[in-house]
Write a protein that binds this ligand. Sequence first.
Ligand code: 4AD
Ligand code: MG
Length: 446
Amino acid sequence: MLGARRLLGALRLCSSVSCPRPRASAKMRVREALRVQDASGECVTVQFFCYYRELTFGSSVQVQGQLVISQSKRQTVELKAEKIEVIGNCEAKAFPIKYKERHPLEYLRQYPHLRCRTNALGSILRVRSEATAAIHSYFKDSGFVHIHTPVLTSNDCEGAGELFQVEPSSKIKVPEESFFDVPAFLTVSGQLHLEVMSGAFTQVFTFGPTFRAENSQSRRHLAEFYMVEAEISFIESLQDLMQVMEGLFKATTEMVLSHCPEDVELCHQFIASGQKGRLEHMLKNNFLIISYTEAIEILKQASQNFAFTPKWGADLQTEHEKYLVRHCGNIPVFVINYPSELKPFYMRENEDGPQHTVAAVDLLVPGVGELFGGSLREERYHVLEQRLARSGLTKAYQWYLDLRKFGSVPHGGFGMGFERYLQCILGVDNIKDVIPFPRFTHSCLL
Ligand code: 4AD
Ligand code: MG
């Protein structure tokens, strides 16, 4: 049922005839009007006919009329306009969005203040909103407590040095040298704050903006992105963690598909043909699991030539991740047990095997590569103490060691890049098209 969207689109076309505004009580949202029709058992499709050619595309109008059963085969109801008022005329020549033209997403990116008015961005952003609600509802139904982790922090959780430092503008007079007395940054992850909370609430999650000063213009990196993070106490194996990750992905996607099927359909039809089938394939199969060591072996035996030669101890590059997913029949695949040197200080050291690995897990998905990153956390005081000492972090993370001193429990967690999730389900190639206002190197528009 495409009624509401078509009607809203058509409403933008209408007349320049003016009429008195109806009283507030007479107002009804188009969607609500259509719902009344739905309740009567009619399948409703609405199209509004425009007889006022002088009215330009993009104008905002107020229309009063009757929603009636249509005689046309292409729709089941239509709005018979009785009064039409132009609220805001649109300068059609200068308006970058043209009637009946399907503008490429790349073109629309130049107009972050106007692109949300197109069908494509409208659908993507409605899916984003539904997915946000679905994620909250998944965690709520699973007994997680939602924690607002801070945006400003003095930690570098990932230790990768991709921090934006925060200082007051030079106009603000601060009595001391620095505002917070310590260097403060925009958060790269809420994980360490969640670990604090998991000591009190067992299962916690956060879902908010995170920031990385990565000098990347890639199709899957932003300087500001949203991350969904969960932390679970009394978890002792990666298996348990992977179950939650797969559950979150599948339950959220099923909810989105049932709450806004038309918007998903529009993306699948006009932005990424074939994506519907690819998504069904992901949903109906159990996600696969391979170890990092197995992944390296698969890559070494690949007939494809990689720009970065795969070798044990080196990080997986995007080209490697994409190859591994194809190799696994385009089913999402968990890669587990990475070399310790590649991962941050908080990951739990594995005890078995000759190689030095940690209990880390990344989920790789078709079209995107890494979607989730997670691990068991090092809950053993002395092991963590040594790890921090080796990295020169002992002083900064005394409070983190305290969590192991005062009632430590095995625990683990993960983070999912929300924009990459939307790319994955909708088949949108560039991450800049699934966030309302993208921020990346050399660009901070609006
Ligand atoms: O793998 P990452 O760096 O993991 C963490 O930050 C952990 N502390 C999370 C945790 O365990 N609580 O980031 C998690 C995910 C990645 O898998 C990726 O999907 C996304 O965040 N991500 C980005 N998305 C967009 N732009 C970027 N620059 C991103 N960097 C990471
Ligand atoms: Mg990662």
